[in-house]
Design a protein around this ligand. Structure first.
Ligand SMILES: [Zn+2]
Length: 174
């Protein structure tokens, strides 16, 4: 129901058919590490550690663990479900064919590994684009106000005003 493909951040998981809400998409598989082993792996820079609880962590590095290719999103369409010591990635809502399968990695990962200002998920990119557009519009408005003030001081505008006044008088007297 999915394939590994190119995504904005490297590789990602993509639906190859409609995946109905609550469908189990994949299992996040790998050796089980205890807290000490997990800490050592983390210090070595392992980025595929999935914490089950304070005692157990799954090391998702093996390539056969296709679930490791699912990227993070702040607006996820999938959700990891923990059952005993296993992790399943389930569809949070209907996922359309071709859509990237993404889940929320959690605040810890977002703050410490990705960095909030570096998140490339669709929601964060849209938010950043909107902010950039707003900044551009504010700049434009400011530039316009400036040019208006300048125009007010220009003699050309004054002549126009006097001419209008005169025209008004003519109309009234007529
Ligand atoms: Zn994001």
């Amino acid at each position: 129901m999915f394939r590994v493909g190119r995504s904005r951040t490297g590789l990602g998981l993509f639906a190859t058919r409609l995946i109905k809400r609550r469908t189990r998409i994949a299992e996040y598989k790998g050796p089980l590490l205890n807290a000490k082993e997990a800490e050592r792996a983390e210090n070595r820079g392992n980025r595929y550690l999935f914490t089950i609880n304070s005692r157990w962590t799954i090391n998702g590095t093996p390539r056969r663990n296709l679930a490791r290719y699912a990227n993070h999103s702040c607006n996820p369409n999938a959700d990891p479900i923990i059952k005993q010591r296993r992790i399943f990635i389930n569809a949070l809502r209907d996922i359309q064919p071709g859509e990237e399968i993404v889940y929320d990695y959690g605040n810890d990962y977002l703050n410490n590994v990705i960095g909030r200002s570096n998140c490339k998920c669709s929601r964060c990119r849209k938010r950043r684009a909107r902010k950039a557009r707003e900044r551009r519009e504010t700049m434009k408005r400011k530039a316009k106000r400036k040019s208006k003030r300048k125009a007010g001081r220009s003699p050309a505008k004054k002549t126009k005003k006097t001419r209008n006044k005169r025209a008004g008088k003519t109309v009234r007297s007529a």
